[in-house]
Design a protein around this ligand. Structure first.
Ligand code: NFE
Ligand code: MG
Length: 504
């Protein structure tokens, strides 16, 4: 057996080590290790519960709004005010989370993942690609430090024209991310770590001027998604269509659902949402409702005390750095015993199966054109495609939400904070589905547990030895050149891992 290790995996968020054992050219086993402990769940213990949505946003600079959303929903549940959130509050939370999705997906496609497929040198074959693209291409190829190394040799198939388009959009994508941040900050004061998302709704009462400014930014963002990002992602997966058969992981896909469409923030399963939830099985296309009681976090191979395994309402976070048999700071979440993949691919398959018209129509068109099936979303190319399509879908919904805002009307519920209570808040986050669980005692946080998208995807083995989704996706992969494991890098990055979130 030959060992191939990538440590650290660059162009992702946070600290990830991938170790594989390869026989012939095939990956026989894989280990995904989160190599940093952070301790946010411990920091929260003993604090004023109302600090939770401030502190949990610091888990991540990429998806802080998802944590703010989950946290505010958990607090609304614990405080008994879920059905008192005014429509403006619910809409503004959706708008801010939507802006966060868009910037995160654009970031992933261009700035994190594209260099796995794009050789910037090819832009030189285009006469007059422009000084900006030229400078970028030189920079991307000449730099010898993170985040651009290692740059594996590989089958960079994209021709000069599309390479030039992607380099131009790499630069324009930075500006679009800024616009999405600005849109969010119009309602939340700043990004990252907005101040507007609170239990009960949003602190900002919308006015006509703010709605107009947000609309102007959304128009530019939508123009980029419609004309650059979605066509660019489609061109990329068409050139790499064999990657629809590479990087399939586990068979179960999970999403709680997110983006509330009416005023009642009830159980996620029976509330209208922009993205629907479900538990999807790839083998037979079966779909179950999500039962949050089925979730446990195991720690058999994670550096935490063994007794801390359990449902998030019972689990604790007690590090055990020298534990034998452990190899990651990421816990191993399981749904009724099953490892689950979460993220845009899960959401596209679930929302297609639940009859979302937009996603169904678009996916039928794309699967027909590329001669693929719905289940091929569970692959390297499928994840990129699903992310781009979801970005388009959410940017369309954002326009509806802006239109539905009522200028001058209340956006937050008034409430008295109770001394005791328990709550759960679940939402869609850019990288998958996110849950926060809180227990309040004597006016303080007694226990706070987060089960985060990348905790699902980058999970280590569980007590029964079953690998997590990224590990499973690597197993069986053919690596042509052990010195340039580009296939493995492409698989790992297709999940858009955020280890800062996963270890929190
Ligand atoms: Ni740090 Fe996050 C998202 C959350 S993590 S990016 O999206 O929640 O997987
Ligand atoms: Mg946790």
């Amino acid at each position: 057996m030959k060992q191939i290790t990538i440590d650290p995996v660059t162009r992702i968020e946070g600290h990830l080590k991938i170790e594989t054992e390869v026989e012939g050219k095939e990956v026989k086993s894989a280990r995904s290790s989160g190599t940093l402990f952070r301790g946010f769940e411990q920091i929260l213990s003993g604090r004023d519960p109302r600090d939770a949505q401030r502190i949990t946003q610091r888990v991540c600079g990429v998806c802080p709004t998802a944590h703010a959303t989950a946290s505010s929903l958990a607090l609304e549940d614990a405080f008994g005010i879920k059905d008192q959130v005014p429509a403006n509050g619910r809409l503004i939370k959706n708008i801010m989370l939507g802006a966060n999705f868009i910037q995160s997906h654009v970031l992933h496609f261009y700035h994190l993942a594209a260099l796995d497929y794009l050789n910037p040198e090819r832009t030189k074959e285009v006469t007059d690609c422009g000084p900006q693209v030229d400078t970028l291409a030189n920079f991307l190829r000449s730099t010898d430090g993170a985040p651009f190394t290692p740059q594996y040799e590989g089958d960079y198939r994209l021709g000069p024209e599309i390479s030039t388009d992607l380099c131009r959009d790499y630069l324009d994508g930075l500006d679009i991310r800024k616009k999405a941040h600005e849109l969010l900050a119009l309602f939340g004061a700043k990004m990252p770590h907005n101040m507007g998302t609170v239990p009960g709704g949003s602190t900002r009462k919308p006015d006509v001027g703010t709605i107009e400014k947000a609309g102007a930014r959304l128009k530019e963002i939508k123009c980029f998604i419609d004309n650059r990002y979605l066509p660019g992602a489609l061109a990329l997966v068409e050139a790499y269509d064999d990657y629809f058969q590479v990087g399939r992981g586990v068979d179960t896909f999970l999403e709680y659902g997110g983006f509330y469409l009416d005023n009642i923030l009830g159980a996620p399963q029976d509330t209208p949402v922009g993205l629907l939830g479900g538990v999807f099985n790839l083998e037979n296309y079966s779909l179950e409702e999500v039962d949050l009681n089925e979730i446990t976090e195991e720690v058999t191979h994670s550096w935490y005390e063994d007794a801390t395994t359990g449902h998030p309402t019972e689990a604790r976070t007690s590090p055990s750095a020298d534990k034998e048999g452990a190899y990651s700071w990421v816990k191993a979440p399981r749904y009724g015993d099953r490892p689950c993949e979460v993220g845009p691919a899960a959401r596209i398959m679930i929302n297609y199966s639940r009859g979302n018209e937009f996603i169904k129509e678009k996916m039928d068109e794309i699967t027909g054109k590329l001669d693929i099936e719905l289940k091929d979303c569970a692959s390297v190319a499928g994840r990129h495609l699903a992310r781009a399509l979801e970005c388009k879908y959410i940017s369309d919904l954002m326009g509806d939400w802006l239109e539905q805002l009522e200028p001058g009307a209340e956006s937050v519920a008034k409430y008295e904070m109770p001394d005791e209570g328990t709550g759960v808040g679940v939402t869609s986050a850019p990288r998958g589905t996110l849950g926060h669980w809180i227990e309040v005692k004597n006016g303080e946080i007694e226990n706070y547990q987060m089960v985060v998208p990348t905790t699902w995807n980058a999970s280590p083995r569980d007590g029964q030895g079953r690998p997590g989704p990224i590990e499973q996706a690597l197993i069986g992969t053919r690596i042509e050149d052990g010195d340039n494991p580009i296939e493995a890098a492409r698989i790992v990055r297709s999940f858009d891992p955020c280890m800062a979130c996963a270890v929190h």
